[in-house]
Write a new protein. Structure first.
Length: 137
């Protein structure tokens, strides 16, 4: 597994304490996190700095938005092969009705769908809802 420094260097980003802290929180989480979740874990982080850090990480292919059907943007780590030009994170997301956690289902790739609509599809989201394993116990 790449270290935080390796990830930042690979994506040509300066290593700063804020970037390190935010990336550790996202990497170590079992589920996708909202900016508010990250803010709570890091206590005194400036909200604007956090927002800019998340935008930078997303644009560089370090994190992706975990679309879960709620109005809350959540973020999770990207696949190691993602970069600012290509994201390989076309997978389903699961949102727990009980605890509200969102999980990336990396093993469930979104299938290609043939269509004659004339539209140019750039991305698709598959959202599964139900009860997560922790809440089912």
């Amino acid at each position: 597994m790449n270290t935080i420094h390796d990830i930042l260097k690979q994506h040509e980003l300066r290593i700063t304490p804020i970037r390190e802290m935010v990336l550790v929180v996202i990497r170590d989480s079992k589920s996708a996190l909202s900016s508010q979740d990250i803010e709570l874990k890091l206590n005194d982080i400036d909200r604007i700095t956090l927002y800019r850090t998340l935008k930078t990480f997303e644009s560089k292919g370090i994190i992706h938005k975990a679309v879960d059907g709620t109005n809350v943007q959540k973020f999770a780590m990207c696949d190691a092969g993602c970069n600012e030009h290509i994201h390989h994170d076309q997978h389903a997301h699961f949102n727990c009705d009980h605890c509200g956690s969102t999980f990336c289902l990396d093993s469930l790739e979104i299938p290609a769908i043939k269509h004659d609509t004339g539209f140019q599809v750039r991305s698709m989201d598959v959202i599964m809802k139900g009860i997560c394993a922790d809440c089912a116990d």
